[in-house]
Design a protein around this ligand. Structure first.
Ligand code: SF4
Ligand SMILES: [Zn+2]
Length: 168
């Protein structure tokens, strides 16, 4: 992925001592002070507004401030950040707080257990859906294979089928 040209002129470039993406409370003012003197502040803020950036300090504004500007000026609303204590926040948003780190460790443990089970030929059973089922924000369609993950209930609409050993 190519970074926009303005990033090379960013005042925050190389500031590894400050986390502009998920700053701790005591870092926010220092981040803002650097943004205040940044030569590409407007471009930075414009990019964050255009992409509905949910995280961090951009152009000196935090996510709540950008949400207000976005509403006033017709930019997309900032994306919803996943809560702490989730693998999504660890993996996608690089949060390394205790809760997210623990969630990631748990996710990895389960993923490795599934891999081992698959290698032993005891893969979790797969099901063929006879009706569409909502999975979070999306739908799994009728005829689609789903695998019941540990701790998740088997959908009531599902019919057991042979394990899908060949599925990677
Ligand atoms: S405005 Fe702030 S976050 Fe944006 S490039 Fe400049 S220093 Fe970095
Ligand atoms: Zn976290």
């Amino acid at each position: 992925m190519r970074l926009p040209e303005w990033r090379s002129r960013a005042a925050c470039r190389g500031r590894l001592d400050l986390d502009f993406i998920d700053p701790a409370d005591e870092q926010v003012d220092r981040c803002r002070a650097i943004c205040a003197e940044c030569p590409v502040r407007e471009l930075c803020l414009a990019d964050a507004l255009a992409s509905g950036e949910a995280w961090g300090i951009w152009g000196g504004l935090d996510a709540d401030e950008r949400a207000k500007v976005a509403e006033q000026d017709g930019h997309p609303a900032p994306a919803v950040r996943p809560a702490h204590g989730t693998n999504a926040r660890y993996a996608k948003h690089r949060c390394r707080c205790k809760a997210c780190t623990a969630a990631h460790a748990e996710y990895e443990r389960e993923r490795r257990a599934r891999l081992r089970a698959r290698r032993r030929g005891t893969a979790p059973r797969a099901y063929v859906l006879v009706e569409p089922v909502r999975c979070g924000r999306t739908w799994a369609g009728a005829g689609q294979y789903v695998i019941a993950l540990p701790g998740l209930p088997v959908p009531a609409e599902a019919e057991p089928d042979e394990p899908l050993a060949a599925v990677a």
